[in-house]
Design a protein around this ligand. Structure first.
Ligand SMILES: [Zn+2]
Length: 117
């Protein structure tokens, strides 16, 4: 279980968007073992795409079959370690804890102790 999930509101701790908050649009990784020729096998780092943060401009040439061309802006994924969850109950950036109850494992806010989900 990850500390950060899709649709969480997060605070960015590093990079050009440090201090900004956004909503997680997608999470990549998942601990897949990636094998690339000439490189040691590596476990992919979990990263999050945060809506409208860590944007980059990409210059896409006109290509047959590809509708997008020109200069586009897109989000780049950020490592989960550079993000901190914002608690819905106390609306503070917090560390995430886990509790196991009869109905399963839950994330809890380390500041106010409330369940996150
Ligand atoms: Zn809280």
């Amino acid at each position: 279980m990850r500390k950060i999930k899709k649709d969480d509101t997060v605070l960015v701790l590093a990079g050009k968007d440090r201090g900004k908050t956004g909503v997680v649009r997608a999470i990549t990784g998942g601990g897949d073992l990636v094998k690339v020729k000439g490189h040691r096998p590596k476990v992919t780092e979990d990263k999050a795409f945060v809506t409208n943060l860590n944007m980059v401009k990409r210059h896409l040439p006109q290509r047959p079959g590809v509708a997008q061309a020109g200069i586009i802006e897109k989000e780049m994924p950020m490592p989960l370690g550079k993000l901190q969850l914002i608690c819905k109950s106390c609306s503070k950036a917090t560390r995430v804890g886990f509790v196991v109850r009869a109905d399963g494992k839950h994330r809890v806010c380390r500041k106010c102790g409330q369940d996150i989900d």
